[in-house]
Each structure stands twice: as structure tokens, then as C-alpha cells.
Design a protein. Structure first.
Length: 85
């Protein structure tokens, strides 16, 4: 995205990041929202006890269904480095 996060086109630029939430009793939850950079709307998200592939893929699959009818190409931005094992 070259640091150009603003867009005047819905569903063109999407962003996501997994956030750790510390709850009571040392419980941690992880939130993975997918946000439209057009208007800041969170239109898909996942919450889980572990930052795993399921937490990434379920909101992404839901988002792809929502944006599939857009006539513009979508870009999804995430700050994370991806490693395969």
C-alpha cells in the first residue's frame, strides 16, 4: 500500500491485526478484526483463546464473501511477518 491507507472506494483497501486482550484470571483472548480503510468499518472479526490459523482464516473467508461483488481489486494489509514451519 506504500503507506497510502486512505481510499474513496469501499472494500478496496482492508487491514487486519491480531490484538491480545488480557482478561481476569490471567486469561488472554485474541481479537482479529478486518477493517475497511474507506470508512473504518469493522465488517469481519474473530475472537479466540489462541492466535492460530483458524483465528486468521475464518474472518478472512467471511470478508472475502462480503467483498466478492466489488468491481475493484482488494488489497489486505497486515503488519505481521509470516513464517512457515
Amino acid at each position: 500500500m506504500n503507506r497510502r491507507f486512505y481510499t474513496n472506494v469501499p472494500y478496496q483497501k482492508l487491514t487486519t491485526d491480531i490484538t491480545e486482550l488480557k482478561c481476569s484470571n490471567d486469561l488472554k483472548l485474541y481479537l482479529n478484526p478486518i477493517m475497511d480503510m474507506f470508512n473504518g468499518e469493522i465488517f469481519s472479526f474473530g475472537i479466540g483463546k489462541h492466535p492460530n490459523l483458524k483465528l486468521v482464516m475464518e474472518p478472512l473467508e467471511e470478508a472475502l464473501v462480503i467483498v466478492k461483488d466489488s468491481k475493484y481489486r482488494q488489497t489486505i494489509h497486515c503488519d505481521q511477518e509470516w513464517h512457515s514451519t
